[in-house]
Ligand binder design. Structure first.
Ligand code: PLP
Length: 368
């Protein structure tokens, strides 16, 4: 049996009536940019999250960039980001003229290591961006403590963690602001690019709105030079159709993770953990293996898709290698993880049979 890594088509078929109707609604109303769908989604998403303000934008990378700018970060400032994340996190820092400074990750937890963050702080440090990687909240108590002590802003990158919790609170409302991506493959995905910025601070909310809408609250009254980063009506309507199912989808992801834990507990793989004070939403189910590449090939031959997030930690990618010249000894955990991590199929399409199929294949790989 083939096992897909992700099944967007299956999801569409299961909710086709609502999704088709949502798209039709936008076309009939010609509300392509802004309008009622966007406003309704912003409100519904904020409510679901427990946040005061949500402002839609074009994608998750823009969301980080605009939030940084709204938080007053700019040229020459240093922003600490984790060594293991998608490049958006550090790219956004560079785009606004600031300098990304990498911190190592906690081995096995994969989120930024607060002790290394403390070591990387200088008198130019102005903000930190914890990434709730794979759907698991970063160690927020320690990071918020550091930020408070040193007067730093905290921007949560929640692209992979819609609905994840830390000490009973959803991520996205723990810092000064939070960015979300609704890239199609995320736990809540649009049918194109989409993102959102979330904050409990009314002033930050006003500023991100202003920046994302050409510096205007009212047409032709430009209070500053902003940019164009909008959530379009079609994406908002699709997201509104899907949001009511997100909690159920998360439950299926969590149940899938539980089944993986059971089936894989006797194997040589190292499995992801869920710290007691966290609720993991398993955007990805990432295991570690000494024979990662061989295992991946074996699974692929059995029709089981897998992926690697990410095969090269950011400080070791070409662009940052050339700029900063970091070596493996600077980020020992990220360096060790990058060659052993493997993301197994995960999503609300997963059935017990699919998990069993993956489990059987892994056992067969280990004891042929
Ligand atoms: C997907 C992702 C982003 C960026 O989102 P886009 O919508 O693709 O711009 C940012 N950070 C992380 C950690 C992501 O996984």
């Amino acid at each position: 049996m083939a096992v897909k890594f992700l099944d967007l088509h299956g999801q569409y078929l299961r909710h086709q009536t609502e999704l088709d109707a949502a798209i039709q609604r936008v076309i009939r109303n010609s509300s392509f940019i802004g309008g009622a769908e966007v406003e309704a989604f912003e409100q519904e998403f904020a409510e679901w999250l427990g946040a005061r303000h949500c402002v839609g934008c074009a994608n998750g990378t823009d969301a980080i960039e605009i939030l940084l700018e709204a938080l007053g970060i700019g040229v020459g400032d240093e922003v600490i980001v984790p060594a293991m994340t998608w490049i958006s996190t550090s790219e956004a820092v560079t785009s606004i003229g600031a300098v990304p400074v990498f911190s190592d990750i906690l081995p096995g937890r994969f989120t930024m290591d607060p002790e290394d963050v403390a070591r990387k702080m200088t008198d130019k440090t102005r903000a930190i961006i914890p990434v709730h990687l794979y759907g698991l909240a970063a160690e927020m108590d320690a990071l918020l403590g550091l930020a408070q002590k040193h007067g730093l802003k905290v921007l949560e990158d929640c692209a992979q963690a819609q609905g994840a919790e830390y000490r009973g609170r959803k991520v996205g409302i723990l810092g000064d602001g939070a960015s979300f991506s609704f890239y199609p493959g995320k736990n809540l995905g649009a049918y194109g690019d989409a993102g959102a910025m979330v904050t409990n601070d009314a002033e930050v909310a006003q500023r991100v709105k202003l920046i994302a809408r050409h510096g205007q609250f009212r047409k032709h009254e430009h209070l500053l030079e902003g940019r164009s980063s909008r959530l379009d009506g079609m994406q908002a309507a699709v997201l509104r159709a899907k949001l009511p199912y997100l909690n159920d989808w998360t439950e299926i992801r969590r149940r899938t993770a539980e089944m993986y834990q059971e089936i894989l507990s006797g194997t040589q793989l190292q499995l992801p953990g869920e710290p007691e004070n966290c609720r993991h939403v398993y955007h990805l189910f990432v295991v570690r293996s000494d024979q990662r590449d061989k295992l991946r090939e074996f699974l692929s031959k059995r029709g089981i898709e897998s992926s690697v997030h990410y095969p090269v930690a950011l400080p070791f990618t070409r662009v940052y290698q050339e700029r900063f010249g970091h070596g493996p000894e600077d980020f020992p955990s990220a360096f060790m993880m990058q060659s052993s991590i493997l993301s197994l199929p995960m999503g609300e399409h997963m059935t017990e049979e699919m998990v069993a199929e993956v489990g059987d294949a892994i056992q067969e790989f280990e004891t042929p």
